[in-house]
Design a protein around this ligand. Structure first.
Ligand code: PLP
Length: 243
């Protein structure tokens, strides 16, 4: 038996599994787009990589994936540094505490989980000081579960009107974690995100775009695509179950 070097290289079987899983998820997305009569290029695959080692993320990026997101601020910088030679887009999809803003902002182009004004102000202040802008999605609680983060659907429009005045934040759309249930049971929560975005789009709020709907995960990405998702966030179908 030859000795595999233990230099952070992923074992070849694991790398192959990641590539096969990506192909399977891409196939699911293509089938869902076809069934929904949607352009396959209108939905992006975001890799949800919490707890996944950088070298396994590297396999996915080298296989052609371009969009990666973390949930925990403390994982962002180490992974950024380990993958600094690669070109890919980085989002944040976790709960963001206001005191972690400075540790996160330099490393991401979009925060998908903006859910309160104090955080929006803190982000805007930091960005304005640096002369920078940042894309954000507004997180909406579409499932009605009290444990879920996000604004209530009827709070979204007034919130957006206020955040639209914070010029360093570019609102691009909405994000939700739908009801954690069978896909057809989750569907109304996903449809609610689309309907909320449609209502806001009709208001034509200055500087506010409603082009992005981030919804759909391993279990419900087909239904999310049928309901208009533009970003599906997939973790376990690609990297395996998390501990
Ligand atoms: C982990 C995570 C996902 C991906 O979940 P899977 O079921 O593993 O695909 C998507 N969105 C958020 C916010 C997550 O934390």
């Amino acid at each position: 038996m030859s000795q595999e070097p233990q230099t952070g290289a992923t074992d070849p079987a694991d790398a192959e599994r990641i590539r096969t899983n990506i192909a399977t998820v891409r196939e699911r997305m293509a089938t869902a787009c076809e069934r929904a009569g949607r352009d396959p290029d209108s939905v992006r695959l975001l890799l949800a990589t919490k707890t996944v080692e950088p070298e396994r993320i590297r396999v996915a990026i080298e296989a052609g994936e371009k969009l990666v997101a973390e949930n925990r601020v403390q994982e962002v910088r180490p992974k950024f540094e380990a993958l600094a030679d690669l070109e890919y887009e980085r989002h944040f999809i976790g709960h963001l505490q206001s005191n972690k803003v400075n540790a996160l902002v330099p490393y991401v182009s979009c925060i998908e989980t903006l859910d309160r004004l104090s955080l929006a102000r803190k982000l805007n202040n930091r960005l304005e000081r640096e002369g920078e802008t940042l894309e954000v999605l507004i997180q909406v609680n579409t499932s009605g579960e009290e444990t879920k983060a996000g604004l209530e659907p009827d709070e979204v429009e007034p919130f957006i009107r206020t955040v639209a005045g914070l010029k360093a934040l570019k609102i691009r759309g909405l994000m939700t974690i739908g009801l954690n249930a069978e896909p057809e049971v989750a569907r109304p929560s996903l449809a609610l995100l689309r309907e909320t975005a449609e209502r806001i789009r009709e208001e034509n709020i200055d500087g506010v775009a409603m082009d992005e709907l981030s919804m759909g995960m391993t279990g419900d990405l087909e239904v999310a695509i049928e309901e208009g998702s533009t970003i599906v966030r997939v973790g376990s179908a690609i990297f395996g179950a998390r501990d």
